[in-house]
Design a protein around this ligand. Sequence first.
Ligand SMILES: Nc1ncnc2c1ncn2[C@@H]1O[C@H](COP(=O)(O)OP(=O)(O)OP(=O)(O)O)[C@@H](O)[C@H]1O
Length: 351
Amino acid sequence: MRNPHSNGNLRKLQADGGGEATEENGFVDGVILGLDGGATSTVCVCVPFFPFGDRFPEPLPILGRAVAGCTNRNSVGETAARDSLEHVISEALVQSGSDKSDVRGVCLGVSGVNHPSDQEKIENWIRDIFPSHVKVYVQNDAIVALASGTMGKLHGCVLIAGTGCIAYGFDEDGKEARASGGGPILGDWGSGYGIAAQALTAVIRAHDGRGPQTMLTSTILKALGLSSPDELIGWTYADPSWARIAALVPQVVSCAEAGDEISDKILVDAAEDLALSVKAVVQRLGLCGEDGTASFPVVMVGGVLNANQKWDIGKEVSKRINRYFPGAQTIIPKVEPAVGAALLAMNFLSS
Ligand SMILES: Nc1ncnc2c1ncn2[C@@H]1O[C@H](COP(=O)(O)OP(=O)(O)OP(=O)(O)O)[C@@H](O)[C@H]1O
């Protein structure tokens, strides 16, 4: 088999091959584009298409990678979202030394895509860029995150806890289920926003005399450059961005590590709630089997789960998941979600 683990582009990979196309010789048939469209940025990777099922080299060679701004049309509007998508795709192709005629498939994982009409709109944008034979798949970003941990297979459960949180899963027959993900008003207590909002609430309650004193008061005020909890009210409503509130999670973790009971309870409750979201999805799909011990992957994604600190939220969530389901295999993805999108497209195209 040729060695495709280089940074060479598609032409080089193809030139390295030669002979008849077989599964064994690592035949490359054009390229795949994988996109991850997030709230702050969009990443597009261009990878070679290995058209023989789930047999491809690890690590998968990245021929081109480009980054653009937000492509969530709810956030930046249609024109800006579409322009950014077109830009990031053409940049990744240029970097890879490929052109549109090399592309076999495109898979996008986009936050906020829930309804078929959202999918259709973005699919049409992408179809306008490429010839009609190019396959286009538009998925919710949680599905692409799952694929990044399972190397493209849609089986098991993914838990994302960043600014927001969601649990999403598939069984072997393609049946899907989700839990949480409704946003802060609808009880996503394990999200970065949920954790930080409870910490801010604890500060205000302590200041009023409605709740116990907490180390969160001095820590959060210092982090925000404020002198009194009264100023927190103005700060909180000055800007509606969820990410701005969610950015306070490291302060909650440091207070819990320093022994603050209120912070510890907020994090314990968050870990419980995240594990419950996974439990709900796993039970609805029957991933754990009839006796509850079957093995299945749980892919853990997001800044809240993967911080690796002394008070480790991800580890606490894993512990609870394994208490419910001893066969659950928690996985931290080795590849970024855009690569997960590309692997998903590769699996769809090969099946
Ligand atoms: N060291 C840390 N410990 C705990 N949480 C952290 C740490 N560093 C960052 N975070 C939290 O991670 C969250 C951001 O994670 P991430 O970047 O994965 O989310 P995002 O992409 O903005 O949101 P989403 O996944 O909801 O679209 C914030 O709540 C932030 O406070």
